[in-house]
Ligand binder design. Sequence first.
Ligand code: FNR
Length: 184
Amino acid sequence: ANAKIAVIVGSLRKDSFSRKLAKALMSLAPAGLELKEVAIGQLTMYNQDFDDEGTPPKEWAAFRETMKEYTGVLFVTPEYNRSVPAVLKNALDVGSRPYGQSIWNGKAGAIVSVSPGGLSAFGANHHLRQSLVFLNVLTMQQPEAYIGNAANLFDADGALGNAETREFLHKFMLAFAEWVKKVG
Ligand code: FNR
């Protein structure tokens, strides 16, 4: 059976390089992985009162339910101020509660960080890893994927022109498929 993988993109921007890269990763994934983007931009900013009072926003409840269907999660994220964009951190927080009911626990994970700059969003990649350790997402360590120079990677249709990058991402997805088989 196919392993269902949620693709979570850490940008809401309509022309997001991260989303373009996520689409490229989905198209390069081997058979056996079924990838689908799960939206996070609709999630109200986390407030513990809503859980304590038993009145979570319906978008939180829907996100938590949806995420239960997935074996794994592929994060594709830019870096904001050397860290994880708030929208992505918020999704981690919403999914992690109520206490003891985290939807992240035990999922297989992988991270691809994306930047138009040269440092390739290293800071976001590793701050995200820090949260995923606590959330017990079994995150693939190798290969790592830091995608820099992102403004020059895509043509007008959003396709990845660079064969070397395509090859690298294909290998990354092959490794992730193996990882999901092992831990998912
Ligand atoms: C950025 N950007 C950025 N880039 C980077 O490499 N390191 C950083 O720390 C930051 N910080 C940062 C903060 C904020 C608030 C914004 C809006 C942007 C630039 C960022 O990489 C660029 O806007 C990307 O295009 C964002 O990714 P998407 O939306 O294209 O996926």
